[in-house]
Design a protein around this ligand. Sequence first.
Ligand SMILES: Nc1ncnc2c1ncn2[C@@H]1O[C@H](COP(=O)(O)OP(=O)(O)OP(=O)(O)O)[C@@H](O)[C@H]1O
Length: 274
Amino acid sequence: MRIEAQQITRIFGTTRAVDSVSFTIDRPMMIGVIGSSGAGKSTLLRMINRLTDASEGNLYIDGRDVLTLRGREKRSWQADCAMIFQQFNLVPRLDVVSNVLHGLLNKRGLASTLLNIWSPADIDRAVSILDRLGIAEQATKRAEALSGGQQQRVAIARALMQDPKIILADEPIASLDPMNAQIVMDSLRRIHDEDGHTVIANLHTLDTARRYCDRVIGMRKGRIVFDGTPDQLTTGAARDIYGAGAGFSEGTTSTAIDTPAPADLEYAERLLAD
Ligand SMILES: Nc1ncnc2c1ncn2[C@@H]1O[C@H](COP(=O)(O)OP(=O)(O)OP(=O)(O)O)[C@@H](O)[C@H]1O
């Protein structure tokens, strides 16, 4: 899949949250997007997925501009473009396997959703995806009973259930302890390696971007100020991305937040409402 962003821009009031961003992805890659809080990382992912409309620009996916899609075609693109969020966005009271089956909602009609009708083949597939992520034994538990790391793996399973062409992850490990963060990043990397999906992840630490990604995009004030390999991401380059002075320390690049972002809640509501 070839992805070509041409001068994508999103303006909120007087803020150019994303300002004339262009990049091309011409083979499946794992890409990390880094930058300080407010740099425009979430807005960029949300424009790709069409959760937020762009103010200007084009996003060609295999030659088709997905920013202009409406109605059924827009939903079809959203089904191809799975999102994973910092706060997991599972339905807490539902069991794990039902949460994974919700990945099909982007592809299914309302009736089967309301009646909770899933074919045995769908259920088998959901369990085998959970198995792949090492959490099949949790399938019948309520999502809320799982640890954060397990919940994020359920969210990844839900994303895989929709058989996406691309996976977008918005700060997928920002709420997790280091061990669970590693398990989740290992899972995303393995999915990329095995399935050949492009994964674009907003990440709040440089070492994670360096360790897991083939390419790193650095954003500052809505613009791309770095686009290169992890090797090219020197401390000097990081200082430019984060706009820090000589006292810059790589350990202080965290932009983790503790409260669920409105984007997360909106996504969960959309999954339930569709
Ligand atoms: N719905 C909105 N309405 C108004 N302004 C917004 C909205 N969403 C984002 N912004 C603004 O756009 C800019 C970029 O925000 P964005 O959330 O994309 O940055 P980010 O790099 O993802 O930051 P963080 O790491 O804190 O999530 C910020 O100035 C933010 O306040």
